[in-house]
Ligand binder design. Structure first.
Ligand code: ATP
Ligand code: MG
Length: 262
């Protein structure tokens, strides 16, 4: 079946030759005395699947929230395709070409599966304000995305009927409504049964082949090592290493961080 990777990808502005699609420079954020993210710098190459890993509390979700505009950094900068996006509001980050999913899914059980996907369309806020309903174009796109994730049969069912893993797929479908060039996924395999994890990984690969760059926070090392071109390791709010999956796996400092010795 033809994948739903955005047809706009090929014509999208994209980063200049050799330039990272996303670059984080000395990013920092404190919560009281806790340095959740500190002097954090890393780059995501265009077209890559890059993973951001690290022990619980390392600062991965905070880094996502700083990049995605849900939190304001206390220090540092973020650029996307060479343009400054530091501390922009989430809807502007989405409009710039970045979409994300959340560690804890945000699917609304009272709405249908399709409505949950379409709700993520970038123009929804304005239309809701104007009292408009679902546009046929959005409905068709939402349905196409549900087909891609194998959920078309459930499109009109209440989302409350979905398993946790299926909710993750609905979130992925919703994130694709904005035709992103970069997708940031916070634990796409977390709490998902093993068979569905393979499905999710395969869909990510397919979307990546269609031109979407991925930055993925994930604790499942089989998924990370199987998908990633590059792995960034965080611990205590800082970047410990960025390298190939093989390099990172055999790095003593990385092993120490996971064993709590760093
Ligand atoms: N809103 C907040 N207020 C106070 N402290 C916070 C807040 N958000 C995160 N923290 C703290 O910042 C640190 C980093 O948390 P973060 O959620 O970014 O970690 P993480 O790497 O995503 O962990 P996990 O793998 O468990 O999801 C932790 O010490 C956490 O308790
Ligand atoms: Mg987290």
């Amino acid at each position: 079946m033809a994948g739903p990777a955005p047809s706009s990808t090929a014509a999208a502005p994209g980063p200049a030759e050799g330039e990272p699609v996303l670059a984080v420079h000395d990013l920092g954020r404190n919560f009281g005395g806790v340095h959740a993210v500190r002097d954090c710098s890393f780059a995501v190459a265009p077209g890559s699947i890059t993973s951001l890993i690290g022990p619980n509390g390392a600062g991965k979700t905070t880094a996502f929230n700083l990049i995605g505009g849900l939190l304001r950094p206390s220090a540092g900068r973020v650029t996307f395709e060479g343009r400054e996006i530091t501390a922009q509001r989430p809807h502007r980050i989405t409009r710039a070409g970045i979409a994300r999913t959340f560690q804890i899914t945000r699917v609304l059980g009272d709405l249908t599966v399709l409505e949950n996907v379409v709700l993520c369309s970038p123009a929804r806020g304005l239309r809701r304000l104007l009292g408009g309903s679902m546009l046929e174009r959005e409905r068709a796109r939402g349905f196409e995305l549900l087909e891609f994730f194998g959920l078309a049969k459930l499109a009109e069912n209440p989302a409350s009927e979905l398993s946790y893993g299926q909710r993750k797929l609905v979130e992925l479908a919703g994130a694709l409504m904005s035709e992103p060039r970069l997708m940031m996924l916070d634990e796409p395999a977390g709490g998902v049964n093993p068979r569905l994890i393979d499905d999710i990984a395969e869909r990510i690969r397919e979307l990546n082949r269609g031109g979407i760059t991925f930055l993925i926070v994930e604790h499942n090392m089989d998924v990370v090592m199987g998908l990633s071109d590059s792995v960034i390791v965080m611990a205590h709010g800082e970047v410990l290493r960025q390298g190939s999956p093989e390099d990172v796996q055999s790095d003593a400092a990385v092993l120490d961080a996971y064993l709590g010795r760093a």
